[in-house]
Design a protein around this ligand. Structure first.
Ligand SMILES: CC(=O)N[C@H]1[C@@H](OP(=O)(O)OP(=O)(O)OC[C@H]2O[C@@H](n3ccc(=O)[nH]c3=O)[C@H](O)[C@@H]2O)O[C@H](CO)[C@H](O)[C@@H]1O
Ligand SMILES: [Mn+2]
Length: 364
């Protein structure tokens, strides 16, 4: 009797459990999938573009371990009183989405360093030196040691096809170099665009575990003055020196609608350079990967954006506004005279013989 009763009991419990599992299964199937928070989308987005980015955001494995925290400052720090009346009047120091536009005279380096240094981010600098561009490594790194985020933890990730030709470099405390092998190239366009692919793969494999913050930079440049913590934000982009006073019609955006980098006439905030950009590691990962994937799409359609990854970068930043815009002080060029609104040249592109230095000659 007891045996029978317990048998029936087991049977009823099993049926009950089965029904519960069945209901849970169907409920889960019917509910929408979990979504991570997505990027802020600009108002001009078309639907396709947004869907594409939702997928990409989900691809992102985790949010940055590091982010700019409380802007706390120790007692007793001495610095000039900030004014509500005086400041730069010859330039605009704020964007129309209320992000800082950074120029000399809009920040106090003493305050900046005090606030940011204690957050102690690990900063990755991704640069490529392929073919004859290895000659620029020494000047870039040695000047970086004097001026680039001095006092911060910095690792230069140098992607090169010829490590042997890079001379030994002296580095400061908490500063490192990591060489990464990449193939040689027949076309300079391959290197320039290849940067997006190699950087995506290497962030995935390695850099993600070693850095909190990432800069992408051109190697053919030399630092001349402070390039400090005032440049840090979730996503910081630099105004291209050639177009910072130009009307948007003159921006060299991609204008062919067949390209993924297409920006229609009448649209645009600024024209940003692809030679210096930086941000939190995962935000940069998303953007670097975006440039890689968009240029791959273009390649499938037999088109290459007019300024390669720079065109894709500009498209992204139009619809996903940067959190800081850096003035052309953050990338000037030895080709150009320094105008009066550029009070400090922090880093400058070297004059180079494009035809000599590039594998397939130059176009400038
Ligand atoms: C100031 C500025 O806006 N720079 C952009 C402009 O660069 P540039 O005209 O300054 O191009 P570039 O010749 O410096 O090439 C960009 C970078 O790619 C690497 N490299 C290139 C060729 C090569 O054979 N080996 C090699 O290592 C190297 O790190 C170099 O600094 O246009 C390029 C695309 O056309 C990129 O958007 C650059 O960021
Ligand atoms: Mn360059």
């Amino acid at each position: 009797m007891l045996r029978n009763a317990s048998k029936t009991h087991v049977l009823i419990t099993s049926v009950f459990l089965f029904i519960v599992i069945f209901i849970i299964y169907f409920y889960m199937k019917a509910s929408p999938p979990l979504r991570l928070p997505v990027l802020d989308f600009g108002p001009n987005e078309d639907a396709d573009f947004i869907n594409e980015k939702i997928i990409k955001t989900q691809d992102c494995p985790k949010q940055s371990a590091w982010s700019i925290g409380d802007l706390t400052m120790k007692h007793g720090l001495e610095y000039a009183q900030p004014s509500t009346q005086k400041g730069r009047t010859d330039v605009n120091a704020v964007t129309n989405w209320n992000a800082p536009l950074v120029w000399e005279g809009t920040f106090d380096p003493v305050v900046m360093d005090e606030i940011y240094m204690k957050m102690n981010p690990r900063i990755a600098v991704v640069v490529f030196a392929v073919g004859k561009y290895t000659r620029f490594v020494k000047g870039f790194v040695e000047s970086g040691e004097k001026h680039f985020l001095v006092g911060f933890k910095v690792t230069y990730y140098i992607f090169t096809d010829d490590k042997e030709s890079v001379p030994k470099l002296d580095l400061g405390k908490n500063r490192n170099i990591s060489f990464l092998p990449v193939p040689s190239a027949k076309r300079w366009q391959e290197v320039v665009l290849g940067r997006m692919k190699w950087a995506t793969l290497t962030i995935d494999k390695q850099i993600r575990n070693e850095a909190d913050y990432l800069f992408m930079m051109d190697i053919d440049s030399v630092f001349h003055n402070r390039f400090g913590a005032e440049s840090l934000s979730r996503l910081s982009a630099v105004l291209h020196r050639g177009y910072y006073k130009a009307p948007r019609e003159e921006f060299p955006y991609e204008r062919r609608s067949q390209s993924k980098a297409y920006i229609p006439a009448g649209a645009g905030d600024y024209y940003y350079t692809a030679a210096v950009w930086g941000g939190y590691l995962e935000d940069m990962y998303k953007l670097v990967k975006y440039c890689y994937e968009q240029s791959e799409e273009d390649a499938k359609n037999n088109i290459e954006a007019v300024w390669q990854e720079e065109s894709h970068l500009n498209k992204y930043l139009l619809y996903n506004k940067p959190t800081k815009v850096l003035s052309p002080e953050y990338l000037w060029s030895d080709y150009d005279q320094v105008p009066s609104d550029i009070k400090v040249v922090r880093i400058s592109q070297l004059i180079k013989n494009y035809a000599e230095v590039r594998p397939n000659g130059g176009h400038r």
